[in-house]
Write a protein that binds this ligand. Structure first.
Ligand SMILES: Nc1ncnc2c1ncn2[C@@H]1O[C@H](COP(=O)(O)OP(=O)(O)OP(=O)(O)O)[C@@H](O)[C@H]1O
Ligand SMILES: [Mg+2]
Length: 261
């Protein structure tokens, strides 16, 4: 299968207080069609920077990013980014329905648009809240509205930056499972940034760990756990636990000495 996204020898240098700082150097990454790849790394390692470059929101300083073989020089068609900060990405004066329609208003007829919005809201389980204003919804629901907005655009590639980072464990688990279902239904290619090791192993076909300063890919790990995955049984499997162990080690955690009394 040909990759949808490729980074070749990608470098990013950003201005710092004391001059230019190399954030990413020599990143090689390819993401296949319909693959879900997670990007892990400690805070400040460059995950958001990488996602912004993949989405054409920030130019590469060296090397290149390609989407479907075309060099990315701005946001490519069919690539949609979901940010962590849902509160600032929804428009408070628009209903849920009109927030979800935001990305397709200019391009579709009214009836096509309505169908797409219904479909996207159904996928995230919020069709019955479509007439509400987003600020009347819980944080998890607001994040689902943002995801529905992205889905309504029928993206080929979804770039997600810690989309469940601010949510409680129960809501997070339920959104992880909704994302699995949506991906199974739509075959969307997903790059999923997270700092949550369990989430990355649970969701991914493959995960990569950013390491070093400037960062590059320190570990690339296939996650061959069977699908559909289940919050309880998948996380009890010995291969899940082994994969999780390897990722923690790659992030610099070690199994500590037992506490001495
Ligand atoms: N616009 C910017 N200008 C200059 N430096 C930046 C800019 N954005 C990020 N950086 C720097 O780039 C480095 C990587 O930041 P980035 O936001 O990509 O990290 P991250 O892995 O997403 O971290 P977190 O897990 O905390 O979200 C940091 O040192 C940060 O200070
Ligand atoms: Mg970040």
């Amino acid at each position: 299968m040909s990759p949808t996204i490729t980074c070749a020898d990608l470098s990013v240098t950003l201005p710092g207080a004391a001059g230019p700082v190399d954030i990413l150097r020599g990143v090689e990454l390819s993401v296949d069609n319909a693959e879900l790849v997670s990007v892990l790394g400690t805070s400040g390692s460059g995950k958001t920077t990488l996602l912004r470059v993949l989405g054409g929101l920030l130019p590469a300083t060296g090397g290149e990013v390609r989407c479907d073989d075309t060099v990315v020089t701005g946001p490519p068609e069919g690539v949609v980014t979901v940010f962590q900060d849902y509160a600032h990405s929804l428009l408070p004066w628009r209903t849920v329905r009109r927030n979800v329609a935001l990305g397709i208003e200019a391009s579709l007829s009214r009836s096509e648009r309505d169908d797409r919005v219904d479909e996207a809201l159904t996928m995230v389980g919020l069709l019955d809240r479509s007439a509400e204003y987003p600020w009347r919804l819980s944080g998890g629901m607001q994040q689902r509205v943002q995801i529905a907005r992205a889905l309504a655009m029928r993206p080929r590639v979804l770039l997600m930056d810690e989309p469940f980072g601010a949510l409680d464990a129960m809501t997070k688990a339920s959104l992880q499972d909704q994302l699995q279902q949506v991906q199974e239904l739509t075959g969307t290619t997903i790059v999923f940034v997270t700092h949550d090791v369990e989430e990355a192993v649970y969701l991914s076909d493959r995960l990569v760990v950013l390491r070093g300063s400037p960062a590059n890919i320190g570990l690339s790990l296939d996650i061959p756990l069977p699908r559909p995955r289940h919050q309880i049984t998948t996380k009890e499997r010995s291969d899940y636990l082994e994969l999780r162990h390897r990722v923690y080690e790659a992030l610099g955690h070690t199994v500590g000495e037992p506490a001495r009394g």
